[in-house]
Each structure stands twice: as C-alpha cells, then as structure tokens.
Write a protein that binds this ligand. Structure first.
Ligand SMILES: O=C(O)c1cc(=O)[nH]c(=O)n1[C@@H]1O[C@H](COP(=O)(O)O)[C@@H](O)[C@H]1O
Length: 235
C-alpha cells in the first residue's frame, strides 16, 4: 500500500470510471465505494486492479458479527489493499471482520488493512449529540471509537483531519488515520462538514487522505490530482 492521495471513484458505472482512469498514465490509489460497487459488483474491483492500481474497498460494513465476518471472508478474495467497517458495530463485530478477512485472504497474499469509520466527516458535533444521543464532544466520541477499534485489533480508523493528531497521540503512529473531507482552499464543501486541505492533513497527522469531488469534478482532473499530491507530499 502506497501513501498517494486516494481518489474516490464515486461514479455511477464502469464507463465513467475508465473514462476517468484513462486520463492518467501512472498507477493510482483509488477508492471503490457503495455507489459504484452496488451497480457493477465485484467485477469492477477486478478490472480496476488489473490496471495496477491500489484499491480501498469502502463498503462500511455494519451488521451482526457473524454476517460481517462472512461478508469479509468473501471480500478478502478480491485482493484489495484496504477495507472498512463502522466502529459503531462494536468490538465483537470488528473482531469478526478481522477473522473473516484473515480466513478469506488467499495463501501467499497480504491481508488487506482493516479500518473502522468513527464519526462520518459529514457529521457535526451538534448532529451527533442530537441524533445519535451521544453525550460527548465529537473529538471524544471519535477517540472512543478509535480506542475500541484498536482494542479489536484493527489497523486504524477513518476520521476527519481535525481528530487525526489526537488519535495519533493516543493510539500511536502505526495506527492508520485515513481522512476524507479533503478540499482545496476555497473549494465547494458539498455535504462534508469536517473538512481540511491536503497540506493541513499532512501537518495535522493524517496517514492517508481520500479525495473525491475536488479531483473528479475538476475541469482537468489530472492537474487537480497533481496539485493535491504536491500539497500532501510537500516537505
Ligand atoms: O469511509 C470513507 O471513505 C468516508 C468516510 C467518511 O467519514 N467520510 C467520507 O466522505 N468518506 C468517503 O470519502 C469520499 C469523499 O468524497 P468527496 O467528498 O467527494 O471528497 C466519499 O466517497 C465518501 O464515501
């Protein structure tokens, strides 16, 4: 797994995916999420992988432990690099996910890294408190989810850049902080609430950034990707 910005391939079908990917002449780190997977199924994962890209399969599993374990066992066979579940599913569910992933990983292949979503980057503290009835600050809720994720043996979490530094302090450098909600300065925020720039993410403790619309909606996606990458990698 490399540390390039992860491009979210949030497209409705395979045609748009390859129109987009064909603009690039280098291997990328891409994310296949619900929108695309629900339309194209596992075949899209195989086809994107054939082109040599690293893949984050973002299906955010959240169900009873046995169901998540079995689903992960199946997903493991796709040979992706990174997969996720919702930490709100609990420790037993996350342990089940890890067991399924280990059981399904083909002999001689590296198991995908497994991370858990803490609080979605589209959620504000007020929404969390009112709608989920969690009587904590958003940071404390995210830190709590990060600590139970670590307890379950997972490799890291999905969080916003705003919580990444605190998670690093509590859970250690090796524990991944994968941060979506990335925008270029002055860019449209859409439905995201806890946002940051690529250089802000680097300074504030992200391990990996996920960038969708700031690249995929750009007039020149290759140029937008280059800007994001330079800001992210700047020394
Ligand atoms: O798990 C994720 O990838 C995820 C978690 C989260 O808290 N927030 C979040 O935006 N994401 C995903 O990251 C991507 C962000 O896309 P943009 O907002 O277009 O950059 C989308 O594909 C989301 O599904």
């Amino acid at each position: 797994m490399n540390n390039k910005p992860i491009i979210a391939l949030d497209f409705p079908s395979e045609v748009e995916v390859f129109n987009f990917l064909n603009k690039f002449s280098e291997p990328l780190f891409v994310k296949i999420g619900m929108e695309l997977y629900m339309q194209e199924g596992p075949d899209i994962v195989r086809k994107v992988k054939e082109q040599g890209h690293d893949i984050f399969l973002d299906l955010k599993l959240h169900d009873i432990p046995n169901t998540v374990k079995s689903a992960m066992k199946g997903l493991a066979k796709l040979g992706v690099d990174l997969v996720n579940v919702h930490a709100a599913g609990g420790i037993n569910m996350m342990e089940g996910a890890l067991e399924g992933l280990e059981a399904g990983t083909l002999a001689g292949k590296k198991r995908a890294a497994l991370i858990a979503v803490t609080q979605l980057t589209s959620t504000t503290e007020q929404q969390m408190q009112n709608e989920q009835k969690i009587n904590l600050s958003l940071l404390d809720s995210v830190l709590h989810y990060a600590s139970i994720t670590k307890q379950a043996g997972l490799d890291g979490v999905v969080c916003s850049v705003h919580e990444a530094g605190a998670i690093r302090e509590v859970c250690g450098e090796e524990f991944l902080r994968v941060t979506p909600g990335i925008r270029l300065a002055g860019g449209e925020t859409h439905d995201q609430k806890r946002i940051a720039t690529p250089d802000g993410a680097r300074k504030d403790g992200s391990s990996l950034i996920v960038v969708g619309r700031a690249i995929t909606n750009a007039e020149d996606p290759v140029a937008a990707y280059k800007i994001v990458r330079e800001l992210w990698e700047e020394q």
